[in-house]
Design a binder for this molecule. Structure first.
Ligand code: C5P
Length: 313
């Protein structure tokens, strides 16, 4: 059986709107999600029958059932495994608890890699169904794996940008637009997504993204108007919990970003830059005070081909 190495890219939310709280406790979202060139690397190997073994190069990452990649393996093996076992090793580059979907992306990469290795031949419908059971962001992380060529040993997708609705699992692919300079700063604390949603009062949201305006800018790959329309309704909630996020945003603009935004439920703040030299200077300035600073671009080509429509069933 081959060893499969799967890249697991992080995402940022370029817009995030919450429509209302649903009966099931989740929030109804409308969010543009975009994969970026900050990637974990998930290696999948056959393991002793009936076993799941997970290891990583980050001691802070749990290696048991609480790890989403472990849960992904468990779910697949329980349905299709017939007593098989798997070894998963994760090279961790995406910060934990950061709002960048690192854990979700590792889980998506595990689903994808095991599907290839064990030749389950599951398509989008089955895999995205499993993904949505694991977490709201996992289907999006899986989306970028589809629409690729024949699998090799290193599987790198073209990357995805999508408009996510529902819990986040109802996805509409958007055309690719390559953002060359995205600067990420992860402050030295983590935020619980559950807590942020718990503190959100949907009726009190005052500033929402203008999603149609964002989508028009995205369609034209108009970086000025993309930047202008970056809005995340979770940001004020996380800022109330950690005012440092607002300071980071202000600094990002002071250092030359067109605009800055918190990703997901935070705490990572990203800035979009129009010029490489400014982005590099900002990176160097932030690096004096923060250990987790990343200057990246969009992942791969920045998106699937225009007009692709995939909806999780
Ligand atoms: O789906 P996931 O397990 O990643 O979500 C983590 C938590 O975030 C959920 O338990 C829920 O409290 C909150 N959440 C939400 N609405 C969403 C996504 C997540 O309320 N659409």
């Amino acid at each position: 059986m081959p060893v499969i190495v799967v890249e697991a890219p992080a995402k940022v939310n370029l817009t995030l709107d919450v429509k209302y709280k649903r009966q099931d406790g989740y929030h109804e979202l409308e969010s543009v999600m975009h994969q970026i060139g900050l990637t974990d690397r998930v290696t999948i190997r056959p393991g002793p029958p009936g076993s799941i073994r997970l290891r990583s190069d980050n001691p802070a990452l749990p290696d048991d059932r609480s790890n989403l990649a472990y849960q992904a393996a468990q779910l697949l093996l329980s349905r299709y495994g017939k007593g098989a076992g798997v070894e998963i090793s994760i090279e961790k580059n995406i910060p934990l608890g950061a709002g960048l979907a690192g854990g979700s992306s590792d889980a998506a990469a595990t689903l994808w890699g095991m599907n290839l290795m064990f030749k389950y031949e599951l398509g989008w419908s089955d895999l995205s169904d499993l993904a949505s059971r694991l977490g709201s962001d996992v289907p999006f992380c899986l989306l970028g794996k589809f629409g690729m060529g024949e699998p090799g040993t290193v599987v790198a997708g073209s990357g995805a940008t999508a408009l996510a609705r529902g819990r986040g699992e109802d996805l509409e692919s958007l055309p690719g637009c390559f953002l060359p300079w995205i600067l990420l700063v992860k402050p030295d604390f983590q935020i619980s997504t559950r807590e942020v949603y718990h503190n959100l009062k949907p009726d009190n949201i005052t500033v929402r993204p203008d999603t149609p305006a964002f989508l028009a800018a995205w369609q034209d790959c108009d970086i000025m108007n993309i930047a202008k329309n970056l809005v995340n309704v979770l940001e004020p909630v996380s800022v109330a919990m950690h005012p440092q996020i607002a300071e980071l945003k202000a600094k990002m603009v002071e250092y030359g970003a067109l605009r800055a935004l918190m990703s997901g439920s935070g705490p990572t703040v990203f800035g979009i830059f129009a010029e490489q030299s400014r982005a590099e200077t900002a990176r160097d300035k932030f690096s004096r005070d923060f250990s987790e600073v990343f200057l990246v671009s969009s992942y791969g080509g920045g998106g699937l081909s225009a007009g692709t429509q995939i909806t999780a069933g």
